[in-house]
Design a protein. Structure first.
Length: 166
């Protein structure tokens, strides 16, 4: 009877798909022209060379952090994976110019929900690169990471990674 009253507790999924958070061309992290990302110092993942200045949620989860300069956002997926999306390289020096956050810390998000929009042409002009790393920052606490094969990806559509919890 109590189960009927309170319902079953929803169990966190063990393996989740991480969808493309941007529209563009999928690249390997090794192709990112910055050793912090290409040498996986902050975590493993993939990168996207964007063609549109819009970042959407790659998973169902919760926004952990929106950087004050709005050039990066961190999300915790339902299985515990922590995902960092870092828009461009050396974009922190833009001090938020051209970036607009549509979410804040603690917001629950669904796949495809807009997180940040930005002026892609301005990033091309002011930053070192527009390439955007998508990292699993707590990979040591997670299980297997599978990178999907794709070239052209659409934000919120194609799966680019699959991550399992331990």
């Amino acid at each position: 009877m109590l189960k009927k009253l309170f319902g079953k507790k929803e169990k966190a999924p063990k393996t989740i798909a991480i969808h493309a958070p941007l529209t563009g061309t999928l690249k390997s992290l090794e192709e990112v022209p910055d050793p912090v990302f290409s040498q996986k110092m902050m975590g493993d993942g993939v990168a996207i060379e964007p063609t549109v200045g819009k970042v959407v949620s790659p998973v169902e989860g919760e926004v952990m952090q929106v950087f004050p300069t709005k050039h990066a956002v961190g999300i915790k997926a339902k299985n515990g994976a922590e995902i960092l999306i870092h828009i461009g390289l050396e974009t922190v020096s833009m001090e938020g110019g051209g970036f607009e956050a549509h979410v804040s810390e603690g917001k629950k998000v669904n796949v495809g929900e807009t997180l940040i929009t930005y002026d892609l042409d301005l990033v091309k002009e002011k930053a070192k690169s527009t390439i955007t790393p998508i990292l699993i920052t707590n990979g040591d606490n997670m299980g297997e990471l599978v990178k999907k094969d794709a070239s052209a990806v659409t934000a919120g559509q194609e799966e680019v990674l699959e991550i399992s919890s331990k």
